[in-house]
Write a protein that binds this ligand. Sequence first.
Ligand code: MF3
Ligand code: CO
Ligand code: CO
Length: 267
Amino acid sequence: MAIEIKSPREIDAMRVVSAMAAETLLLVGEKLRAGMSTDDINTIVHEDTIRRGARPSPLNYRGFPKSVCTSVNDVVCHGIPGAQILRDGDIVNVDVTSFYGGFHGDTSATFYIGTPSVQAKKVTEIARVALELGIAEVKEGARLGDIGAAIQEYVEAQGCSVVRDFVGHGIGRKFHEDPQVKHYGKRGTGERLRAGMVFTIEPMVNLGRFEVVVDEKDDWTVTTVDGSLSAQFEHTLVVTKTGHEVLTRRAQPLRGSENIASSAVLV
Ligand code: MF3
Ligand code: CO
Ligand code: CO
């Protein structure tokens, strides 16, 4: 399938829903505490999304039972919120997708609960930088492979690995559209980027091996095959003539993630 070019009006609508998802993620950072369950995160995201007049895209998407994905420690992605209690030292990725005005906006971040281990901090900070390096490649005329290469080169140079089985994606009136945005690959390969394309970049970085397994019981939860920690960050962005616009860019730092150097902990 061809990659859609969104019109300026469509991009305006995507700016609105993407800002909503970004705001909801900021609220999660404000509220996250050790002792909360992942279901508590689901409640926060669900209620804030509805309060904005939006819908949580994950709910009932291909049978997904909750309004947000919460992926703790060795869970790579698609963790289902439930009774699990967040404890000091855990890392949790919260992946918020909102639907409003006919369009989806998708963004995630990994948060620190309490004081992270050296290993948890390493994999999380590498994933954070990997997303920004991928975003920096995006401009009209660049190739999809440039994004993947920039991410893979950095992550592997740090001794971590890039998950292959899950990728970024076009986004718009549908949650997942073309193209697939791989977080690995070769420069100068893949589709050429054109102004008006809207997609996510969402590298999943493992401390150990890149291979993952999907839980046989729930058919959703993805974990690292070697039990190593995994972290992820995601933004929705639009390609422009001169570069890009990150539609899910936050107005403030995320508490419990981007303020780690200063205040360090969520207690
Ligand atoms: N938000 C995820 C992504 O970034 C997709 C989650 S699908 C769900 O693409 F069904 F698990 F919500
Ligand atoms: Co997402
Ligand atoms: Co996504």
